[in-house]
Design a protein around this ligand. Structure first.
Ligand SMILES: Cc1ncc(COP(=O)(O)O)c(C=O)c1O
Length: 442
């Protein structure tokens, strides 16, 4: 019988879900039907504490009135304006507001609709920048093992997750990777930045020597690698990358899709670590996850290099139908207002000690082999079950959901990144629930 007849909302077959074990999910569905502030409501009427800000994006908590209202109003006033050769006021207002909170000198913003698109945009800007400067031989892009930069071809090419790459052919050519910085043997149970591994940045020098600096356009890294399990940069590492890139005329791109908008206790990781990249890619927290939108910050130097040639000509051949969409812009402006009014872009700094104490108190639980943290991010690495990698953490995820707690797992690592409105009693609730789960020898 045709699927078309099965239109009931609880028929789960048609939707091929993203990054999901579809068969497992459809046997045992987990659906959210509502959310408010720190909690989701499930389809069976339970409250679930959000330990992950959705997917690292709902930084101001759920269903915040100002954001909801801004979307409602904008949808009734101006629903869509063409993004090319035309504009609308809120996209410009938003760009100015974003530049105000960005690191000094990041004076321009290109809009996208996701983190993946922000990455593609930044990589293309990097290649084109060198070309408009007459340096078109710089075509190589350097990423890092265990890096996650979304799912499009540029992003998976510079990314370093084998399972995200291996099915998709040759990817972009001319890409190389630095080693990742995760050294649990040396750095286990470190609070904040690890002592060991800063020297791994000099691997970039090796890659530059191999290919010659004149062929390299850009290096892209996440300041903290989130999706592969919260890998905190070792002391001195990001500074050293900056130094090497500057020395060789290579652009440095920070992918701040998860670290942007207050996650560490400063608006961006670039400010938190006091290292200035040439571009910053963002999405997620830009609109509190409510409407798809991303932004790429670039320096004035990059932007100005394109502003040549006849004035009626398009300077950069790139853009999306929804770049700076009015409703997304309105949502982002209301999100920035909410962050400002509630001090959320720096709140993680105030709570990070309490958070770290609670997180590291799980050190004595069975199978915990590492715990790490920065700002309002935490990770608990579990010893994989022999022959069944990922199963222990996935079991923890399922049990947490049953107990009313949302966590995220990647491999055998539990990653935590709650909304920045979290209160101490929520932190207590979160870690009490996790302790109950981990103590039971999953
Ligand atoms: C660092 C980083 N870059 C890019 C992305 C991709 O973002 P999106 O899923 O919005 O395409 C993510 C998503 O988690 C991310 O963490």
């Amino acid at each position: 019988m045709s699927n078309r007849l099965n239109t009931t909302p609880n028929d789960l077959r048609a939707f091929w879900m993203p990054f999901t074990a579809n068969r497992q999910f459809k046997k045992e569905p987990r659906l959210f039907v509502g959310a408010k502030d720190m909690y989701y409501t499930t389809h069976d009427g339970r409250q679930v504490l959000d330990g992950t800000a959705g997917l690292w994006c709902v930084n101001a908590g759920h269903c915040r009135p100002k954001i909801t209202e801004a979307i409602r109003e904008q949808a009734g006033e101006l629903d869509y304006a063409p993004a090319f050769q035309l504009g609308h006021p809120k996209a410009f207002e938003l760009a100015n507001r974003l530049v105000d909170i960005a690191p000094e000198g990041m004076d321009h913003v290109l809009y996208t609709n996701s983190g993946s698109e922000s990455v593609e945009t930044a990589l293309k800007v990097a290649l084109a920048y060198h070309r408009v400067k007459g340096d078109g031989s710089r075509f190589r892009l350097i990423g890092r093992e265990r890096g996650y930069h979304g799912v499009n071809f540029g992003g998976i090419s510079v990314g370093g997750i084998v399972s995200n790459r291996k099915m998709f052919g040759t990817l972009l050519t001319g890409v190389d990777h630095m080693p990742h910085t995760h050294q649990p043997g040396k750095n286990a149970f470190t609070r904040g930045q690890p002592e060991h591994g800063g020297d791994l940045a000099t691997e970039l020098e090796r890659i530059v020597t191999l290919h010659d600096a004149s062929t390299i356009a850009a290096v892209i890294v996440e300041p903290i690698a989130g999706s592969t399990g919260v890998l905190i940069p070792p002391k001195g590492y990001l500074q050293k990358l900056r130094e090497i890139c500057t020395k060789h005329g290579i652009l440095l791109i920070f992918d701040e899709v998860i670290t942007g908008f207050g996650r560490l206790g400063a608006p961006f990781a670039a400010q938190y670590y006091d290292v200035k990249p040439d571009m910053i890619t963002t999405a997620k927290g830009l609109t509190n996850g409510v409407i798809p939108m991303g932004a790429v910050f670039v320096t004035a130097e990059i932007h100005d290099a394109f502003m040549n040639g006849p004035e009626h000509m398009i300077e950069f051949m790139h853009g999306y139908t929804y770049s700076g969409n009015p409703i997304a812009s309105a949502a982002a402006l209301a999100t920035l207002d909410t962050y400002k009014e509630e001090g959320l872009l720096t709140r993680a700094a105030e709570l990070s000690d309490y958070w770290a104490d609670a997180l590291h108190s799980l050190k004595d639980c069975p199978n915990v082999i590492d715990i790490r943290n920065t700002g309002l991010i935490g990770a608990i690495e579990l010893d994989p079950i022999a022959g069944e990698p990922t199963k222990r953490a996935f079991t923890a995820f399922l049990k947490a959901y049953e107990k009313g707690l949302l966590i995220r797992t990647t491999g055998d690592i539990i990653a935590l990144s709650p909304p920045l409105i979290i209160e101490k009693h929520h932190i207590d609730e979160l870690f009490a629930k996790l302790r109950e789960i981990l103590q039971n020898n999953i």
